[in-house]
Ligand binder design. Structure first.
Ligand code: PMP
Length: 388
């Protein structure tokens, strides 16, 4: 039992004590990761960062590094954390820091396509995909690349980039590339959720271009820190060029805060009473158990099932508790609209290239929002409650 057992209880207990009144809108559309705030509130002192007024004034961090705006201490902290968790190889790679991995995804699209002899490069992702990729690949109407939708049905000639998100946003499944044609193909591996509180760490990922984000490890989305692990120096240089034009680097205040927090995570991750990953795992597991209980006690909804697997980090077989629930309806109806009638906002399956009978539900909301969602879901868990 870890030191956060009591806060885990408070998650469910708050359901009984206080429930949001029925006219309050619960927004579970955005993936705002506020669920872990209670952990950080108990850890105040060690994670507090003070920055004097004279510090961190230059644009530059290390002019000898390809990524000249990456703070050397952050680079060390990132390598140490991956080494301890065992989720990704960092050797013989360039680390590119970004203002969130959203900026890095766009930098990677720019880098890979501007190095391609033929443009526009097709961008694809297997359905259901992370809806933001569509915006990232389409928003600027770039001549370098073009969003082409579902990777499974993609059969266009020419170069392509496949977005592989594993575990996947929105449905939590572990993913591999699906486009079989390899020539002219590049892959961006988005490992935003490949951390032990969400999914068993079964292997050390070792790919050409891997994206990670501080936002979804600890919940510090507001710091806007992400990083890319890049094998090819030319790709890394092009990404840095994009980030230079786009924002002349990345906030050093944010990098400093991320460094402090990541270092503490690494230091405490084997101490059961303090480990963020132990706490996060229990919290997510408890949320999923409560959601499944409601879904399984009715006949209206579906949820994916995830296999248990041996987690190299925890050293035991564990379950999967994704950051989003891919909730489906057994009837052919628009589930997003149905939940909206209950004042619960979710992301419709159509935004992810799928049917509207599915929605993506943020599993990382604050306790009272999550409890309120479960309470309202319980009132419509049976088909007789929703069939007109
Ligand atoms: N990739 C995936 C799969 C995500 O879900 C998110 C956040 N929703 C991001 C990237 C972007 O994260 P950030 O920009 O906060 O680092």
């Amino acid at each position: 039992m870890n030191g956060f057992e009591s806060s885990k209880k408070s998650d469910s207990d708050s359901n009984k004590d206080k429930c949001l009144s029925d006219d309050v809108i619960i927004n579970l559309d955005r993936g705002d990761p506020t669920a872990f705030q209670e952990y950080w509130m108990k850890m105040t002192d060690r994670f507090t960062v003070v920055i004097p007024g004279w510090d961190l004034m230059s644009y530059f961090s290390d002019t000898k590094n390809v990524c000249w705006f990456l703070e050397p201490e952050l680079e060390k902290a990132i390598k140490a954390l991956h080494g301890t968790i065992g989720n990704a190889a960092t050797e013989e790679r360039y680390i590119v820091v970004g203002t969130g991995s959203s900026q890095l995804c766009q930098a990677a699209l720019f880098a890979l396509s501007s190095l391609s002899e033929v443009t526009p490069v097709s961008i694809v992702g297997a359905v259901p995909y992370y809806s933001t990729y569509v915006e990232e690949a389409s928003y600027l109407e770039s001549k370098l690349y073009k969003w082409e939708g579902d990777a499974r049905t993609f059969d266009k000639k020419g170069p392509y980039i496949e977005m592989v998100t594993s575990p996947n946003n929105p449905d939590g499944t572990m993913r591999e590339p699906v486009v079989h044609r390899r020539e002219g193909g590049k892959v961006i591996h988005d490992f935003a959720y490949y951390w032990p509180h969400y999914t068993p760490i079964t292997r050390r990922q070792d790919h050409d271009l891997m994206l990670f984000t501080f936002s979804k490890i600890t919940g510090h989305a507001g710091s806007r820190i992400g990083w890319a692990l890049v094998k090819d120096i030319e790709v890394a240089k092009k990404m840095v060029q994009y980030l230079t034009v786009n924002s002349i680097g990345v906030s050093k205040e944010s990098q400093t805060r991320a460094t402090t927090i990541l270092n503490e995570l690494t230091k405490t991750c084997r101490t059961q009473s303090e480990s963020f990953f132990e706490y996060g795992y229990e919290k997510m597991k408890s949320r999923w158990e409560r959601l499944r209980e409601i879904v399984e006690s009715g006949d209206a909804f579906t949820l994916p099932n995830y296999p248990q697997a041996f987690c190299n980090f925890f050293g035991k077989t564990i379950s999967t508790s994704p950051a989003f629930a891919w909730l489906g309806l057994k009837e052919e109806r628009d589930l997003g609209s149905l939940l909206k009638e209950k004042k619960v906002l979710t992301r419709g399956g159509d935004a992810c290239g799928c049917d509207k009978k599915y929605v993506r539900v943020n599993m990382l909301s604050r306790d009272d929002d999550y409890d309120g969602f479960l309470h309202r879901l319980a009132t419509i868990k049976d088909l007789k409650c929703i069939v007109p």
